[in-house]
Design a protein around this ligand. Structure first.
Ligand SMILES: Cc1cc2nc3c(=O)[nH]c(=O)nc-3n(C[C@H](O)[C@H](O)[C@H](O)COP(=O)(O)OP(=O)(O)OC[C@H]3O[C@@H](n4cnc5c(N)ncnc54)[C@H](O)[C@@H]3O)c2cc1C
Length: 427
């Protein structure tokens, strides 16, 4: 448990205790910079403990690959100091059941080559063998053996403890309500517990960033979708590689079970934000090559009314939406998860007996181009932002945190952030 008194001043304040915020705190504290992280609920209470735990370069947008390569190296370094996070290099494999899927995997391999990754194609026979199948069940597969996994529920709290040991102050149940400016730049945050003066602020608030930005009079096109996951009872080890297939994806867990879910099978509750950002998201939503867009289930109901009634214009002494919803706890889609479990059982004969042991859901925040937003916020000096990971920020997280820590110290990040600047949405 992270416990500290809120100090009146520091160098850097971080908003959000997910992988992005916690790794920023970790790298700043390691560099000896005074840093305070404010989390409205609990460390890794939202996406960062609810994800599948894949740490992959495989299948990423090529613009993310330099950061993803760095992230894997950083995960390896973290794991040498924290053996309990379940970090394991077991590879990631994407299966193809149709010629179209196979062609897509082959096309991505061109990017892998450019970045000198160890990714390669598996023949139909090799893919069958990997999954204990025969008879050309799969058309083939693409695999990246150097990709990895970790246990999300353990990794971020462990990183938070490591940050605290290095001198970071981490405050739970501590929502940041607003920022203060002096001479046009950020100079303090107001939390529900009081004021902290600082030199800079890193906004790493996951699905809440768009709301905070609107409160500050700034724009961040971001929508949230609900994704459901389950873990199974312990089962034989069928393969160390995480397996991505159209209807079910599996990842071996440290407890001997599997994390099982379906990629892209998310639910989108239509809200006023959907209308606000409709034009920005339209190209992605109508792109036939995007699994996410094709498989989205649309719903309209209470969330529309709730958002409509939520004002972004609050005063620093008022209770904010951040305190009213300490932890996003969406209900998992059981019908979908039943179907996904039977599809997973068909992937490998060794999975026939698995049962669902626990189910949960998380809200994924997405940007129009499904790339993160990383860097300074034009128009508000002193504010940095790290968000918009669009469903793949757990693996990337340490690279994002490392980059934010560098920027907060006035240093160059280790990979180019140009493709991730916020201003790409306005230009
Ligand atoms: C079901 C699911 C599966 C996924 N699978 C993978 C995967 O296998 N691999 C992968 O790389 N990624 C995966 N992801 C995505 C990954 O989990 C996220 O991209 C990543 O965790 C985002 O981290 P974050 O720190 O930006 O946000 P979060 O983890 O959401 O943390 C943000 C935190 O900010 C806090 N906060 C917000 N506003 C305030 C405020 N005003 N004051 C104080 N605190 C505030 C919130 O309470 C929250 O704890 C998955 C996500 C989900 C939901």
């Amino acid at each position: 448990m992270i416990e500290s008194e809120q100090p009146p001043s520091t160098e850097v304040v971080i908003i959000g205790g997910g992988i992005a915020g916690v790794t920023t705190a970790y790298y700043l504290a390691e560099a000896g910079i005074p840093v305070v992280l404010c989390e409205k609920g609990r460390i890794a209470g939202e996406q960062s403990s609810r994800n599948w735990g894949w740490i992959r370069k495989h299948g990423r947008d090529p613009r993310e690959l330099p950061g993803a390569v760095l992230a894997l190296r950083l995960w390896g370094e973290i794991a040498t100091r924290a053996s309990d996070i379940g970090f394991h290099i077991g590879g990631v494999t994407y299966l193809a059941e149709t010629d179209t899927e196979l062609a897509r995997l082959e096309a991505w391999l061109e990017h892998a080559k450019l970045h000198q990754l160890d990714s390669r194609m598996l023949s139909s026979e090799e893919a069958d063998k990997l999954l204990g199948q025969s008879g050309r069940r799969f058309k083939g597969a693409a695999t990246t053996p150097s990709d990895a996994r970790a246990e999300p529920a353990r990794a971020v709290p462990t990183l938070a403890r490591m940050a605290a040991q290095s001198g970071a102050i981490l405050l739970e149940q501590c929502a940041v309500r607003t920022l203060e400016r002096s001479a046009g730049r950020v100079n303090a945050v107001i939390t529900e517990k009081g004021r902290i003066t600082c030199q800079s602020v890193v906004l790493a608030g996951g699905a809440w960033c768009s709301m905070m930005m609107r409160h500050l009079g700034l724009d961040l096109p971001q929508l949230a979708v609900k994704a459901s996951v389950q873990r199974t009872t312990p089962a034989p080890l069928v393969t160390e590689s995480a397996i991505h297939a159209k209807n079910a994806s599996i990842r071996r867990r440290a407890d001997g079970g599997y994390t099982v879910a379906r990629s892209g099978a998310s639910t989108f509750h239509i809200t006023p934000a959907a209308f606000r950002y409709f034009r920005a998201f339209l190209p992605t939503l109508t792109d036939p090559t995007k699994d996410q867009a094709r498989q989205l289930k649309y719903r309209i109901g209470q969330p529309f009314i709730d958002e409509l009634l939520t004002s972004v214009h609050w005063k620093p002494d008022q209770i904010t939406p951040f305190e009213q919803a300490r932890i996003l706890e969406p209900k998992p889609d059981h019908r979908l998860l039943d179907q996904v479990l039977s599809d997973a059982k068909r992937l490998h004969p060794g999975l026939q007996q698995v049962r669902s042991a626990e189910r949960w859901a998380g809200m994924i925040e997405a940007t129009p181009d499904e790339l993160p937003v990383l860097g300074p916020v034009d128009g508000l000096p002193g504010l940095l932002i790290a968000t918009g990971f669009s469903g793949h920020g757990f693996g990337f997280g340490p690279a994002a945190g490392h980059a934010m820590a560098a920027l907060a110290q006035g240093q160059e990040p280790l990979f180019d952030l140009n493709d991730f600047r916020l201003s790409r949405f306005s230009s």
